[in-house]
Design a protein around this ligand. Structure first.
Ligand SMILES: [Zn+2]
Ligand SMILES: [Zn+2]
Length: 278
């Protein structure tokens, strides 16, 4: 069964997430636990979390994935930054466990001039230092578009990360980031090549989530610029191949497409669902 949804705002409170997702035609979704542009992190209260957890059990909106905020950088060589980042991810784990959510999706980090290997090792060490907080949560490393010193744009780096973690983890593949970092998925054949490459390097069994975004950037552009489904460089042919792929169609798909005068979330999900061959 297809699981397709969006990033849903928590502006109306956590308990409204189910209704917001449903109104948009989604049966899974992604949320932030607090403002993603702030270090201020107020943990969800035990009461709200308990109600949320009960609702989550009953509603057919699954999974609800938590995306970490934009500020943490576990690969930073600045000690204060690193400690703040670890603390923030620790709080994400606590929220996920309180609310009964299975997945925490994070951006691996940027090495900022340290070597790649040192940056990657530091990400693993940082996360392993808070592993007792992971409990029932599977950590997902999201592949990145590879701009600047950002880590996690290659399958080799993703493999390094999951091998270095001492608790449950896996990978999210973002289609925009894949294309930006040089993995072509714009038609059936290139998608198949990219996936078999991923399978060899990382293992398809480690793929737990897809972020479906078209992209404004060329192949290998390293640009992280999301576009509406089918209107970017991956295009209709690429997304047709993705949503109808025998393996991928069983992986939850979250759209992080723009909302502007061209289209909003509902139009994107309708567009995507129309491509599904039954
Ligand atoms: Zn993403
Ligand atoms: Zn992105």
């Amino acid at each position: 069964m297809y699981r397709i949804g969006f990033h849903v705002s928590i502006a109306q409170g956590f308990l409204n997430v189910f209704e917001s997702a449903k109104l948009l035609g989604a049966n899974c979704c992604q949320i932030f636990t607090h403002s993603p542009r702030s270090w201020k992190f107020k943990l969800v209260s035990e009461d709200i979390a308990k109600t949320f957890k009960n609702m989550y059990r009953q509603k057919d909106i699954k999974p609800i994935v938590v995306h970490d905020s934009y500020l943490p950088n576990l690969a930073s060589n600045d000690l204060e930054m690193r400690e703040k980042s670890i603390d923030s991810i620790k709080k994400e784990f606590i929220c996920c466990n309180r609310m009964g959510l299975e997945f925490l999706n994070i951006h691996p980090g940027a090495h900022k001039g340290q070597s790649k290997e040192k940056g990657l090792l530091q990400i693993c060490e940082s996360l392993n230092s808070i592993k007792e907080h992971a409990e029932n949560v599977t950590l997902l490393f999201e592949n990145t578009s590879g701009g600047g010193s950002v880590l996690g744009s290659t399958f080799e780096e993703l493999k390094f990360l999951i091998d270095g973690i001492d608790f449950n983890c896996g990978v999210t593949l973002d289609t925009c980031h894949l294309f930006a970092s040089g993995y072509d998925i714009s038609n059936r054949e290139t998608l198949e090549n990219t996936l078999s490459h991923f399978d060899k390097k990382v293992g398809l069994e480690n793929l737990k989530l897809l972020h479906l975004n078209d992209t404004k950037g060329e192949l290998s552009s390293k640009k992280d610029r999301h576009e509406h489904i089918g209107l970017g460089m991956i295009g209709v042919e690429g997304f047709n191949a993705i949503v109808n792929h025998e393996y991928l169609k069983n992986i939850p798909m979250i759209l992080e497409t723009p909302v502007n005068e061209k289209r909003g979330d509902i139009e994107n999900i309708i567009f995507l669902k129309k491509m599904i061959e039954t």
